[in-house]
Design a protein around this ligand. Structure first.
Ligand SMILES: Nc1nc2c(ncn2[C@@H]2O[C@H](COP(=O)(O)OP(=O)(O)OP(=O)(O)O)[C@@H](O)[C@H]2O)c(=O)[nH]1
Ligand SMILES: [Mg+2]
Length: 363
């Protein structure tokens, strides 16, 4: 079995969830002055969302990560209007956000077959441009960043039982083991309800204390949280210790540390509804610990000042529900599923109202 640092290093390596590309439209063709012929425009570069594509594959297939579309054809006697250069259509995974080098948003591809033009070819040489070849209109660096699209995000320190929970709630079958960092990349599952509602869940592993200082896998996976409607904090009622070199954190401290990591990553995440899942209730001594945790959370304003400053978020998290479970045996999960459904429905309704309000304001 690999050591914790070796597993973390592997996790960093196996995952390709962002890429930087150079994209450039093709040069245009020359016009033909004598006959007023127009040169063909240069080809464009497009990104096309496709479920079978992956960033890892793009990186392997095009190591230079440079995409220059074909030049437009010159105008000639036989072809007065030069042909447009071929476009490049690069298949990218669904859920990609595209930004410029200056971090300006160019677009997002949420669904298969959505496309975005990221570089435009030069305009064909005409009388206005003196029939010359025009350079591509754009050559730019673009960043592709993959964000999963899931309704629910599982957040918790290693070993808390996220994968066990995911495998119990959904059809996903992630690896489960006794050591931290078993899961090295986000895992997906879907909860099926008898009413045919389906709610997708993503296990976002690798968060540890100090992730904001880039410890462990840092905040690498937290970007996926941004698109979820609901978060589940999963904590081991018996607390967590990464290794003998790091301090032991009890369940209450774990909750605060998770809140703090979210807050440091993006304060907007704190506006999402969060359900607290207290796990491993089957182990001896759990009941008393669980009651203590619930007490502490109910009187969080009293317990808060006692926490060391470096464990304390600005504000304690307000939980929609607190649910105690045994992910291993499945005990408590039916309750949890209902809470997830209710919170998800409330959130959907709220988003619908917000869209409605925004629409009305625009009119
Ligand atoms: N006793 C008990 N053990 C549990 C429970 N849930 C999970 N475990 C055990 O806890 C260990 C870690 O579980 P995982 O589901 O792999 O935890 P994880 O949060 O996915 O961990 P990482 O992938 O390393 O981040 C495994 O040995 C599980 O069998 C539970 O409800 N009770
Ligand atoms: Mg796991």
């Amino acid at each position: 079995m690999r050591t914790v640092p070796a597993r973390m290093a592997k996790a960093r390596k196996v995952l390709v969830d962002s890429l930087r590309l150079v994209v450039e439209g093709g040069v245009s063709g020359k016009g033909l002055a004598r006959y007023g012929g127009v040169g063909g425009a240069g080809g464009d570069v497009w990104l096309l969302a496709d479920s079978s594509a992956s960033l890892r594959h793009i990186k392997a297939k095009y190591p230079k990560l440079t995409f220059i579309a074909e030049a437009g054809h010159h105008s000639s006697f036989s072809s007065i209007k030069g042909k447009k250069g071929s476009d490049i259509i690069l298949k990218v995974p669904v859920g990609i956000t595209i930004t410029t080098n200056e971090n300006q948003l160019l677009g997002e591809l949420y669904a298969p077959k959505q496309r975005l033009r990221v570089a435009v070819g030069g305009l064909g040489g005409t009388i206005d441009s003196g029939f010359i070849q025009n350079r591509a209109q754009q050559r730019q660096f673009i960043h592709l960043s993959l964000k999963l699209i899931a309704d629910v995000g599982l957040i918790g320190f290693p070993n808390a039982g996220k994968s066990t929970l995911l495998s119990r709630l959904s059809t996903a079958r992630p690896r489960i083991a006794q050591y931290p960092f078993t899961t090295l990349r986000p895992q997906f599952g879907v909860i099926m309800y008898p009413t045919y509602t389906q709610i997708s869940v993503a296990d976002l592993p690798g968060l540890i204390e100090g992730a904001h200082r880039n410890r462990g896998m840092g905040h690498k996976f937290l970007k996926h949280v941004q698109r979820t409607k609901l978060l589940l904090f999963v904590v081991d009622v018996h607390g967590f210790q990464l290794s003998y070199k790091t301090p032991f954190r009890n369940a209450f401290e774990t909750v605060q540390l998770l809140t703090k990591e979210l807050e440091l990553y993006d304060e907007c995440l704190l506006n999402k509804p969060v359900i607290l899942v207290i796990n491993k209730l089957d182990l001896p001594g759990s009941k008393a610990r669980c009651e203590e945790l619930v007490q502490q959370l109910q009187h969080v304003q009293d317990c808060f000042p006692e926490l060391p400053v470096d464990l304390r978020p600005t504000q304690p998290m307000h939980f929609e529900n607190i649910v105690a479970v045994e992910a291993l045996t499945g005990h408590g999960l039916e309750d949890l599923k209902m809470h997830i459904l209710n919170a998800w429905q409330r959130q959907m309704e709220q988003e619908r109202l917000q869209r409605h309000e925004a629409y009305n304001n625009e009119q």
